[in-house]
Design a protein around this ligand. Structure first.
Ligand code: G1P
Length: 259
């Protein structure tokens, strides 16, 4: 059973500067509701009962949102409900997603857990729920996948596909973080939903810095695949919204307001 989810929230949000020098992008409202609440709702609907937020001292505003204002807590039952299920850990140096995941190592109880990247919203169909259901059948790791334009492959983790399981799922042979267009093995990109095994912490402990001097979760996943751990790519049916840039944020807000 997958009952715990982790959400890395310590990112600097450089793509949304200067706004992110004073505010956490994950709290920016979309149709009146902070982006991170859409992610929390996806978790709750998928049966998750504990969510670990990885924040930093600079992003304590996120904790405040759930904790500080007693009037708000009395007023909005929903925030109280969220608060009960959230734990906080800190990543004060922005060393990458792999390092963020490693910070949760003492909190994870079961053999598998879910990770959601808050810049990636998926609406209309619950991607985490669909991935948990495949995980239940195949008892292995699952990651979300979406076809992207060839010319943008260097912005994503890119899959090398192995055989298909069914129309929405395939086994992964390899995954490469932000390859260049010439060496990219496909245009199937990693989107920010992962079901990862607890044993990834052993790999992350020794993980060296990769592209851009960051510790990438993709590199640790790659090692696990090489060690014969099965990973499935799930082509999700929902609609993907990129909230990591100002253009994406505005477009996503409009899209959510319409839906
Ligand atoms: C991260 C991952 C990348 C993935 C992407 C999805 O990249 O490292 O593999 O494709 O999220 O949004 P980032 O957006 O942090 O550059």
């Amino acid at each position: 059973m997958i009952k715990q989810a982790i959400i890395p929230l310590a990112g600097l949000g450089t793509r949304l500067l200067p706004l992110t020098s004073v505010f956490a992008k994950e709290l920016l409202p979309m149709n009146g509701k902070p982006g991170v609440e859409y992610i929390l709702d996806e978790c709750i609907e998928a049966g998750i009962n504990e969510v670990i937020f990885i924040i930093s001292n600079k992003k304590k505003i996120i904790k405040k949102y759930f904790y500080n204002d007693k009037r708000v807590i009395d007023e909005y039952k929903k925030i109280k409900k969220y608060k009960k299920m959230i734990k906080f850990v800190y990543q004060n140096k922005p060393l990458g997603t792999g390092d963020a995941v490693y910070k949760t190592k003492n909190k994870i109880k079961d053999n598998f857990f879910l990770m959601l990247l808050p810049d990636d919203l998926i609406i209309k169909k619950n991607c985490s729920k669909a991935m948990i259901s495949i995980h239940k059948k195949k008892k292995c790791s699952v990651m979300a996948s979406m076809k992207v334009q060839k010319k943008t492959v260097n912005r994503w983790g890119i899959y090398m596909k192995d055989k298909n399981i069914d129309k929405n799922n395939f086994f992964i042979k390899d995954v490469i973080e932000k390859p260049n267009i010439k060496t990219a093995p496909s245009n199937n990109a990693v989107i920010g939903r992962y079901i990862l095994p607890k044993k990834i912490f052993g790999i992350l402990k020794k993980q060296k810095k990769g592209k851009g001097g960051e510790i990438h979760i993709t590199d640790a996943i790659r090692t696990l695949i090489k060690q014969n751990n099965k990973f499935i790519g799930h082509s999700f049916e929902g609609k993907y919204l990129d909230c990591g840039t100002m253009h994406g944020y505005i477009k996503s807000s409009l899209e959510i307001a319409k839906s």
